[in-house]
Each structure stands twice: as C-alpha cells, then as structure tokens.
Design a binder for this molecule. Structure first.
Ligand code: BDR
Ligand code: CA
Length: 311
C-alpha cells in the first residue's frame, strides 16, 4: 500500500524537484501540500505549490496556505538570490488555476492526521513553523503521526545560512526546537547528507533529454540555483540535493546511514538555528531523532534521475 505523505513546503527550486519526484512515485500517496514562507514570501510559495499540483496533473491534491512568518522572531529572508524573486528561478509562470483550501496549513495538518491515525508521514521541506503550530493546536498529533521526515539541520557539518545553521531551521528556530522536542519519530535529512549528493551539469543534461513538462520547468528554473551554488561554493554548475533527498529517504531509507541522537536547536544569538546532536545524552532524555549521517549518492542520483524523467 502506498505511504500517505503530507508535504509541507516553501517552493522553491529544490522543493519543486522534490514534489515532482514524489508525484512520480507510486509508492507514495500525496495527501496534500501545505505551504510556508522561506524560499519566498508565503503568497509566492502557495502559488508555486498550486502550479506544481497542476503541472503534475493532480489538481485534486489540496494545497493549504500556512505561516507567512516565524513563530517568535522575524528571521531575515534572504532566499531571493538562491531561488529567485518568485521562488521558482525567476520563471514568473502564469497564475495557477486553483485556489488553496479554506483552512490554514496547521489546521489541515491536524485534520489530516486525526482522520488517518498512525498513517501520515509528514515531510517538511521548509521552515518548521506550520508543523510546530499544528502541534500547538492539537498536541495529540504527536502520537498519531507515523513519522516526520524533514529536510533541515546540520549535525556533523557546517551550516549554509550561517557558519552553524541550516536555512530551514534558521528561518524558525523556535518552531524547530518544538518539533525536535516533541515525542514523535523524527528523521533529520540535513546538510550532513544533502551536501554530499551533487547534481552535476552532466546529470541535468541527461535529465533534460527527456523533454517532458517537468524537465522543461526544471531547465528554466535551474540557472538561478546553479548561479547561487557557484557564487557561494564555486560549484561550476553543480548543486546540492536538499529537498529531493527527503523524498529519496521516504522511498529508499536503506540508501542512508543514520544515528539515533537527541537534537536540540539553539534559538537565540548568533548561533540561532544550530542543531546540536547530544550524542552522549548529556542534556536529558529527549527522544532521539534518527539523524542521517551517510548516503549512497550514486544510488540516490540514479533514483532521482529515473523519477524526474517519468511523465
Ligand atoms: C533548504 O533551504 C532551502 O533553500 C531549500 O529549499 C532547502 O529546503 C536547504 O538548506
Ligand atoms: Ca525547501
């Protein structure tokens, strides 16, 4: 039976790749997309999510619009150089046909989890604001969610938005601290693995040959993302594989090596957003997260290539 997955997302160029991969994977049933600020303002992220369900020919999949700002402090939004002003690589696509559903992302998450006890995997690909708000709205969901498989954090490697913080966690560190502190199974797909999987120009050239509506969108969005990776890391057209790695984990957890570590999130000061793995359990008995620390990059890229070229 297909795994029921609710994707919380801030599309986002790599979010788009992740979402299209998920829709092309019969092992997954996408029960909804909820949107959050992050890679762009919430209005753009919601419009982009609607565009993506339409591109995937799945306009029946509900999109619920969520948080437009962090729970407590306003983190500076500096994603335009990474994902473009519109969040989709400055493609400025036509407006979507559909509308978001008439409830907030947090309400939609709670409703979906309560209606499907023990069955829903949450896959957050952006700041964790909606997930934390859902937990506050209905704490019971912690015991009813199957798993939270999130893209975010850095346990053994440096950050990307600051020397210590990964962007999704940094954009709402208070929300992330609530999510890692709750009594539910969390899998952290962080920079420890996502920066080890490089999509190269040769990988993309090969994907573009498929010439589908998916690959054509990817081809249009990509230059902004490649430009950022080159300016910041000198990657010559290659990019890290962040959000798609979360979907890979859902499909093939056996591609990843993991450790069971409690994770705490620093919420203040210049280390805000730092995900600290308490390997020796010195900070009490918080439920450990499953932290991805290694990945079979070749296997992952093979899977993504196959899924992104299907249509
Ligand atoms: C994360 O930040 C965003 O730019 C990406 O979409 C990804 O979710 C990587 O740090
Ligand atoms: Ca994202």
């Amino acid at each position: 039976m297909a795994k029921k997955v609710l994707i919380d997302t801030d599309p986002g160029i790599d979010d788009s790749m992740a979402i299209l991969t998920a829709f092309n994977s019969p092992e997954l049933e996408i029960v909804g997309l909820t949107t959050v600020f992050g890679n762009s303002v919430i209005e753009n992220c919601t419009a982009n999510a609607l565009r993506l369900v339409e591109l995937a020919r799945r306009p029946d999949v509900p999109v619920a619009s969520g948080a437009g700002r962090p729970m407590v402090v306003d983190a500076e939004l500096i994603a335009a150089p990474v994902h473009g002003e519109d969040g989709m690589g400055n493609t400025h696509l036509p407006a979507p046909q559909g509308q978001p559903v008439g409830m907030t992302a947090a309400e939609f998450i709670v409703k979906t989890v309560l209606e499907n006890p023990g069955e829903i995997t949450l896959a957050p690909l952006g700041p964790l604001t909606n997930i934390a708000l859902a937990l506050m709205l209905e704490p019971k969901i912690a015991g009813l969610v199957k798993e939270v498989v999130l893209m975010g954090g850095a346990a053994t490697v440096p950050g990307n938005i600051s020397p210590v913080a990964e962007a999704n966690i940094f954009h709402d560190a208070h929300a992330a601290e609530r999510v890692f502190g709750a009594d539910w199974p969390v899998v952290m797909v962080g920079l420890d693995v996502t920066t080890r999987v490089m999509m190269t120009p040769a990988f993309f050239d090969s994907i573009f040959k498929a010439d589908t509506p998916y690959t054509r969108l990817l081809q249009k969005m990509l230059p902004v993302y490649q430009g950022f990776h080159h300016d910041f890391y000198g990657m010559n057209g290659s990019v890290h594989t962040h959000d798609p790695s979360t979907i890979t984990y859902l499909l093939r957890p056996d591609f990843f090596q993991t450790e069971e570590w409690p994770v705490h999130v620093e919420t203040t000061g210049r280390c805000a957003g730092f995900t600290i793995a308490d390997r020796a359990r010195q900070w009490g008995d918080r439920r450990p997260a499953r932290v991805c620390v290694g990945v079979d990059a070749v296997a992952e890229l093979g899977l993504l290539h196959e899924r992104l070229t299907r249509y």
